[in-house]
Design a binder for this molecule. Sequence first.
Ligand SMILES: Nc1ncnc2c1ncn2[C@@H]1O[C@H](COP(=O)(O)OP(=O)(O)OP(=O)(O)O)[C@@H](O)[C@H]1O
Ligand SMILES: [Mg+2]
Length: 266
Amino acid sequence: MNPELSPASGSDDYLSRLNDAQRQAVTHGTGVSPGGADSSPLLVIAGAGSGKTNTLAHRVAHLIASGADPCRILLLTFSRRASVEMTRRVERICKTVLGGKAGPLADALAWAGTFHSIGARLLREYAPLIGMDPAFSIHDREDSADLMNLIRHDLGLSKTEKRFPGKGTCLAIYSRVVNSGAPLSNVLMKHYPWCAGWEAQLKQLFAGYVTAKQEQGVLDYDDLLLCWAQMVSDPVLAADIGGKWDHVLVDEYQDKGADRCAISIP
Ligand SMILES: Nc1ncnc2c1ncn2[C@@H]1O[C@H](COP(=O)(O)OP(=O)(O)OP(=O)(O)O)[C@@H](O)[C@H]1O
Ligand SMILES: [Mg+2]
């Protein structure tokens, strides 16, 4: 352990504030858990408000206090607000655990962010290796819906006799298709049956949307995750990217399910 980072004496009190299951998750694989070190991934499934984020924040602090390099910890959250909140919590716990040495540590959590921000950062870094221009711009949901609307107008779909789906619905359908990899017809039948009559036009619209993105050097939020996933399907790139971190921690990888999860891969 780096002696500079050793916990202040008596400061492992922070573990006593957790319940048994939370403490087990916090110390998993660090040699403090019963049964000694276990470097296997840990998936925590727990309900809303049960302390998942709190547990993960304690785990980050515990890893740092146990000698982990904060620059080599990847900490992923779903929303920007959750990311800020997580970093704030880690900072607070680190202050308790490490006393005065904690300040620069929190700054060193260089890889804490949302799935989308970390994806964008990795894609910019690796763009030259995957044939992408690193100067791509990013469209948020609103920009994406506006671009979709523009193509919708250009194709004359906004003036149909029977009302064509609105830009938000079109984007939601497109997003579901690219994320699920399912055929458009299946997505329409299952999730948007009232739009099923527009399948051919939607296909045309989505093709136009993809072309416009390519011409403008734009990635939308789905692209950030999909291109990242595609990038790590290459074993060489995956090994290189994976080599950046010793610990991967994810808060709420599934935002909309009944069960919500925190996952930690030592
Ligand atoms: N062991 C504990 N003892 C006392 N309070 C706790 C404990 N664990 C969590 N809490 C408190 O419960 C509240 C919810 O915790 P937290 O935000 O970590 O839960 P969560 O599961 O991430 O919630 P959400 O589902 O909203 O993301 C916080 O106020 C936290 O301080
Ligand atoms: Mg939470």
